[in-house]
Design a protein around this ligand. Structure first.
Ligand code: ASP
Length: 427
């Protein structure tokens, strides 16, 4: 059996086992002591081994692949051209995603006449988590200085240690650009050193993927066993619409781009990147998925390391189509629940804010939650309302992370084609 088939099977079995356990024990949330013991001592440790193998190489991998990618592109002009094109793709794709999502909410109005009792019940169950999310959102201020803080580190090592991806990216870009000016002997040894880091990362991904068929079911089991189906019921239409948005963006928007701009068959593409989709779905983290994304893009799509190494780390940090789609939908949904009428100008503000906050979202589970509170506040939707959707957020997060990561690979395929190195898929 192929590895990705095994992982997929594991994912499905983990989900089914979790739901069965949830039904038998009748659990809701993390209230059942026996189940919590099992999760804490059996499934979590196995899942964590997989997650940590992936997480531990993210920073070195981003640094090495970006710096090498930039150095191989050679001159600043090509770096600038590919950089601008890549950012152009990211912004257009993210904006399209928000508009698709918001159109679904406007069309189906899932928040109109939302049961008031259920609304209060959900808000009180998730009250504690809501306060935490709101506290976090208060720490975010948008000034010019925030921008400087977010991008330029005071101390390179601290940025690396704290996994602050934007500063890591900036340092890597600078290193790659400066490398082209190094004396040939130093250039050669720098390239060899970075290549070694890359090789090391690829081998660690290999190890992680070997245990993925056992770790992935463990990760999803915990979520399914704690929440089961019950949580989806009151929010069924909203959840179904968010997933429809993900599917439309993935199978319509990305497919059109793949066919027209990247000249690849969308179906063959999705088959070739299956393990990336499964890793994103089960980890809910673009960062944790990045090592797999880079490897699969280079190996299965035959996209050159200088393009994959440049576009993908950038994408995992700034290109979050699924997140933007989810943010736009959630803000409009909660506005409906609270009876806040949004004018066209306010809806346009939601689009802009969703795009900007998606760019600022960290590629980790729940990374967008504090930021979505900012979007809600900007149009007068009560921030405590976030409590209504917190219970289903993890499931939505699995989906949006998958869309986020797919968008990065689609962009890499389009850029490769524009640079005259179209992706090739072995069928
Ligand atoms: N979990 C998402 C990601 O890593 C970010 C988010 O919370 O929207 O891509």
């Amino acid at each position: 059996m192929k590895l990705h088939t095994k992982i997929l099977l594991g994912l499905v079995l983990g989900l089914i086992a979790g739901i069965i356990v949830n039904q038998i024990l009748g659990v809701s949330g993390n209230s059942h002591a026996g189940l919590e013991f099992f999760i804490a001592n059996v499934t979590d440790p196995i899942g964590q081994i997989f997650l940590r193998l992936l997480f531990m190489i993210v920073v070195p991998l981003v640094f090495a692949s970006l710096a090498l990618g930039v150095a191989k592109l050679g001159d600043l002009r090509s770096v600038g051209r590919i950089g601008m094109r890549t950012l152009g793709f990211f912004i257009v794709l993210t904006t399209l995603a928000v508009i698709i999502g918001m159109a679904l909410i406007v069309g189906f109005e899932p928040g109109k006449n939302f049961d008031a009792g259920m609304q209060n019940q959900l808000m009180s169950i998730y009250g504690d988590n809501t306060s935490k999310v709101i506290e976090k959102s208060k720490e975010i201020q948008i000034t010019l200085m925030t921008f400087v803080d977010m991008t330029l580190p005071r101390n390179i090592l601290k940025a690396f240690v704290d996994m602050q991806m934007l500063p890591v990216i900036i340092v890597a870009l600078l290193f790659g650009i400066m490398m082209t000016k190094f004396d040939p002997i130093i250039l050669g040894s720098s390239q060899r050193g970075l290549t070694a880091l890359n090789e090391f990362s690829i081998r660690i991904v290999d190890m992680a993927m070997k245990i993925a068929p056992y770790a992935v079911p463990c990760l999803v089991f915990g979520i399914a066993a704690r929440f089961g189906f019950a949580i989806l019921k009151p929010l069924g239409l909203y959840v179904a619409l968010v997933f429809s948005g993900y599917l439309i963006h993935t199978f319509v928007v990305y497919s059109i781009l793949l066919r027209t701009l990247a000249s690849v068959n969308p179906w063959a593409f999705f088959k070739a990147v299956k393990s990336v989709l499964i890793t994103a779905f089960s980890t809910s983290s673009s960062n944790a998925t990045l090592p797999t994304t880079i490897r699969v893009t280079e190996e299965n799509l035959k996209i050159s390391p200088n393009i994959a190494g440049f576009v993908l780390p950038l994408g995992a940090t700034v290109n979050m189509n699924g997140t933007a789609l989810y943010e736009g939908m959630t803000v409009l949904f909660l506005a409906e629940v609270f009876g806040v009428e949004l004018t066209i100008a306010q809806q346009a503000l939601v689009v802009v804010m969703a795009v900007l906050t998606a760019i600022g979202t960290a590629g980790i589970p729940g990374g967008s939650l504090p930021l979505i509170v900012l979007v809600m506040q900007s149009v007068g939707v009560p921030p405590e309302g976030i409590g209504i959707i917190l219970g289903v957020d993890r499931v939505l997060d699995m989906g949006r992370t998958t869309v986020n990561v797919t968008g990065d690979v689609v962009t890499a395929a389009c850029i490769a084609k524009l640079e005259g190195q179209a992706a090739k898929i072995d069928t």
